[in-house]
Design a protein around this ligand. Structure first.
Ligand code: MEV
Length: 435
């Protein structure tokens, strides 16, 4: 096969022609599958095509709802976009459990984000200090226009400092800037600001007389997705006696095992990764539903989970004076205005379902979805095990895949109430049913 040139310039149907002839054996079914997912509304389809490059069709995620979340005394219905079958059911289960036990409590610990202009200078550190003192006022002044509208909304650049990183890498310095971006995730605002800082820095460097070596070289300017100062705390707690018996396990034994399960994920990275993955099932689902950047959130969360040098559980659990307490701090840089949030009709709807929240409120709701998901996973893990619930949900997909009719699905679901299904056992049951 030859490399393709000018692919992005081809029309959508030309791209599909190329794809089908080069990769899909000229299959008409493949073409039909792609076309099947186009939206009939051409304007809507154009909007979706425009979200990305070289778009040939839409890749749909289920958009589900988890109602009955009591968050700081208010009932919230959480929209979740996720393909994993048990996640929304798990969220609903956790919501129901905590609804009668005081609900979820949240608190914003900070909303600051940061970005850096990364630069190299191989002369004396004292020369860089003198240069920064010389340039700082103009660096900040040069941001006035860019910052104006963010400032009006109570945000903008908060602090600027020069950091000497030469102990980690020879010649490495950064301009480290912190930002408040209010209801916007703020990536564009931060990156524009940083690039302006870099431009002003280059200009001031050409005017400064005190360098004994080549002037500082800007390597790059970019926001950081590590947001340890943009954090929300979320917690649940209840008296141990209020827990009741769970899947045949007493409340006291449940609480003890639950705390131990979290302790294990705190000290053991093999477990911590899976434990935190379960948390991200909930967080990502809300982040995606609301049109936020889940890769940014993922990267930031996992860096936060290893901030002391070892990857650990994001959640904490303890028994305190006969109370079961379960909580977490999550670093979440989210927006409720701008970006995909304001463009994708379903993200707009998700934001509306949440009552047009501020970014802080969305941080709280998202954190609740994360804690709830971890609660539901551990709830199963320390009692029945995860497979019972998972397989029940998975059964629906398996029945679909083996081509069972609605009537057959009903009978087979009944048959497998207490049995673990496999594809071969299901096929056998289906064959028997059809005889
Ligand atoms: C599966 O998507 C998530 C779990 O593995 C999380 C966990 O083990 O805590 C169930």
């Amino acid at each position: 096969m030859q490399p393709v040139t000018g692919f992005s310039k081809l029309s959508k149907s030309q791209k599909i022609d190329w794809l089908v002839s080069h990769h899909l054996d000229d299959s008409t079914t493949a073409r039909e599958t792609l076309v099947q997912y186009w939206n009939e509304d051409e304007k809507l389809q154009d909007l979706h095509d425009g979200f990305s490059e070289n778009t040939v069709t839409n890749y749909l995620f289920p958009f589900g709802l988890a109602p009955n979340f009591l968050i700081d005394g208010e009932l919230v219905t959480i929209p979740m976009a996720i393909e994993e079958s048990s996640v929304v059911a798990a969220a609903c289960k956790a919501a129901k459990f905590w609804l009668d036990r005081g609900g979820f409590k949240t608190q914003i610990k900070g909303t600051l984000k940061s970005g850096q202009v990364h630069l190299m200078y191989y002369g004396l550190g004292s020369e860089m200090d003198a240069f920064y003192a010389f340039a700082k006022a103009e660096l900040l002044e040069s941001l006035e226009q860019i910052n104006a509208s963010m400032k009006k909304r109570g945000g903008g650049i908060q602090e600027l400092s020069l950091i000497d990183k030469t102990k980690s890498l020879e010649g490495y310095y950064q301009l480290h800037a912190t930002f408040e971006t209010r209801d916007a995730m703020g990536a564009n605002f931060i990156n524009t600001t940083l690039e302006q800082l870099a431009t002003t820095l280059r200009k001031k460097a050409s005017e400064f007389q005190g360098f004994s070596s080549d002037v500082p070289e800007v390597i790059m300017s970019i926001l950081s997705n590590y947001v340890p100062d943009c954090v929300v705390n979320v917690s649940v707690s209840c008296k141990i006696e209020e827990i009741g018996t769970i899947n045949g396990v007493t409340g006291a034994a449940f609480a003890r095992k639950f705390v131990r399960a979290v302790d294990i994920a705190t000290v053991e990275p093999y477990r911590a990764v899976t434990h935190n993955k379960g948390i991200m099932n909930g967080i990502d689902a809300v982040v995606i539903a609301t049109g936020n950047d889940f890769r940014a959130v993922e990267a930031g969360v996992h860096a936060f989970a290893s901030r002391d040098g070892q990857y650990r559980s994001l959640t904490r659990a303890r028994i305190e004076n006969d109370n079961f307490v379960f909580e977490a701090d999550f670093p979440l840089a989210l927006g409720t205005v701008g970006g995909l949030t304001s463009l994708h009709p379903l993200s707009k709807l998700a934001i509306q379902i949440l009552g047009n929240p501020s970014a802080e409120h969305l941080m709280k709701v998202t954190a609740v979805a994360g804690l709830a998901q971890n609660f539901a996973a551990l709830h199963s893990l320390v009692t029945t095990g995860i497979q019972a619930g998972h397989m029940k949900m998975h059964l629906v997909n398996m029945l679909e895949q083996i081509g069972a009719t609605d009537e057959e699905k009903k009978v087979l679901r009944q048959e497998y109430t207490d049995k673990t299904p496999s594809f071969s056992s299901l096929r056998e049951s289906l064959n028997l049913l059809r005889k």
